[in-house]
Write a protein that binds this ligand. Structure first.
Ligand SMILES: [Zn+2]
Length: 58
């Protein structure tokens, strides 16, 4: 399981092996919504997700 850095608080964040690019995670330590990115080298990193993607199913 890869451990990535949270761009918001700099803390460690475990990401499941089967995580997909664009998948959203909440970092429990700081509450940030993070989006997984994978670059052309296959390197995974996290960026802050947009806050507007909540889907309440209304
Ligand atoms: Zn964090």
């Amino acid at each position: 399981m890869p451990v990535l850095k949270c761009p918001i608080c700099g803390g460690d964040m475990e990401v499941p092996d089967d995580a997909l690019p664009g998948e959203l995670f909440e970092h429990e330590e700081c509450g940030a919504q993070l989006e997984l990115e994978v670059d052309e080298n296959g390197e995974m990193r996290l960026k802050q997700a947009e806050e507007v993607s909540e889907d309440w199913g209304e």
